[in-house]
Write a protein that binds this ligand. Structure first.
Ligand SMILES: *Cc1c(COP(=O)(O)O)cnc(C)c1O
Length: 405
């Protein structure tokens, strides 16, 4: 069976985790701090806070930004449920919009229509690793008319004076836009290091801050480190210093700090990230080559003049099929011992969001992109032979379903 997305765990990973275990310090400590610094260097952002998942990192971030009941955050209907769940938990409303036809990312024109005086943030998602249209989104939220609609309700929001542009970069570590890391095109980019992501720490995530002039990133870093640890004024390592046991809690915080065991995995992953990226790129090109003569194959967009994907997921689409036929094709592929997946079921298809009144018919592009989509395996250890096996299995399955003998 060719698995869909196994983590790359080898001797180097095991050695680094073993070192961390033997060091006697297993929770947040030197390795987590080093990991944060290395991410800051890699991305080129102003500060990085490591957390135990994208979801909890974003939850804390929304709390810090002062998101509350009555606020609206714009998200694409086509994303993982986490992007919307955190907004619901913050008491705010996820305002879902449709995606564009060319890629799987939110449509800037639709964002414009969705902005109201209650809009506090836009959470763009880099589906499959292909960056959202950050430059156009940034232009949009800086337009005088849009800016004048903005109503800040705390000091942070007033300092920014416009809608906050957040990036759900769970898929896009290493993606490039306009010659820079794509993360630098938003105010805050948020990563997931879950086991299936490009860069993993088993579970984990990071918040990369890149706010404009007027924000003190050293102070933000300190505040966030406290907020992810109960609101304590000192972390566990600082408290072990001689006579340094006493701390204060000014506001009740959350608990979602990254451990040094996770950071140990992450440090190894980061060190060899380029070779990982290069391999995934080569796999994308093999898929492109393998499907180029199939007239039913709609190959994904992953490189333009402005943007280069992080090559997270190869989102193949099969022209002219229904959702039911797609499901049958997926089944046929599995029958040939090849694992594939579907990214994503648009949120209005999920019960939690149906119950909240979202209707799939309001998002035709999201539905169309989902109904005929099949995600193919992409990871460092997938060999060229295995890629050819995947291509063969897909072609056979599609032919069987769309032109049964
Ligand atoms: C994986 C994922 C998340 C959630 O990440 P966790 O680290 O599991 O919380 C959020 N958004 C997208 C698009 C994802 O794929």
């Amino acid at each position: 069976m060719i698995p869909f997305s196994p983590p790359r765990i080898d001797d180097a990973t095991i050695a680094e985790v073993t070192e961390a275990l033997k060091s006697g310090w297993i929770t947040t400590g030197p390795r987590t701090k080093k990991f944060e610094k290395e991410i800051t260097k890699y991305i080129g952002c102003k500060a990085t806070v490591a957390v135990n998942s994208w979801t909890m990192g974003m939850q804390v971030l929304l709390d810090w930004w002062g998101i509350k009941e009555g606020d609206e955050i714009i998200i694409p209907a086509y994303t993982y449920c986490a992007s919307a769940n955190v907004i619901v938990h913050a008491g705010a409303k996820p305002v879902m919009i449709d995606i564009s036809k060319e890629d799987f990312n939110l449509s800037v024109d639709r964002v414009r229509e969705a902005i109201t005086p209650r809009t506090k943030a836009i959470l763009a998602v880099d589906i499959s690793g292909f960056p959202a249209d950050y430059d156009h989104l940034m232009e949009l939220i800086n337009e005088p008319e849009i800016k004048s609609k903005f109503r800040g309700n705390n000091e942070l929001q007033n300092t920014l004076g416009r809608i906050l542009l957040l990036s759900d970069a769970a898929h896009s570590f290493g993606a490039v836009m306009n010659g820079k890391q794509a993360a630098l095109q938003s105010d805050i980019a948020t990563y997931s290091f879950h086991a299936v992501k490009n860069l993993t720490t088993a579970e984990g995530g990071a918040l990369c801050f890149n706010l404009p002039e007027g924000f003190d990133h050293a102070a933000i870093y300190k505040e966030m480190c406290s907020k992810i640890l109960h609101g304590q004024s000192k972390d566990a390592l600082a408290k072990t210093q001689k006579g340094n046991w006493k701390y204060d809690v000014e506001e009740p915080g959350f608990k979602c700090n990254m451990t040094d065991l996770q950071a140990a995995i992450g440090l190894v992953e980061l060190q060899r990230y380029q070779e990982n990226l290069d391999r995934r790129k080569a796999i994308f090109q093999l898929y492109d080559f393998g499907f180029q003569n199939e007239d039913w194959a709609i190959r994904p967009l992953y490189k333009t003049d402005r943007k280069t994907s992080s090559y997270h997921l190869y989102l193949l689409r099969v022209a002219g099929i229904t959702e039911t036929q797609r499901d049958a094709i997926v089944q046929e592929i599995f029958e040939q011992d090849v694992s594939v997946n579907v990214h994503f079921q648009p949120l209005p298809l999920l019960t939690a969001y149906k119950k909240r009144g979202y209707q799939m018919t309001d998002y035709p592009e999201a539905y169309n992109s989902y109904a005929n989509e099949i995600s193919l395996p992409v990871y460092f250890n997938l060999s060229d032979d295995q890629v050819r096996t995947v291509i063969g299995a897909v072609v056979k399955a599609v032919n069987k379903v769309i032109s049964p003998a």
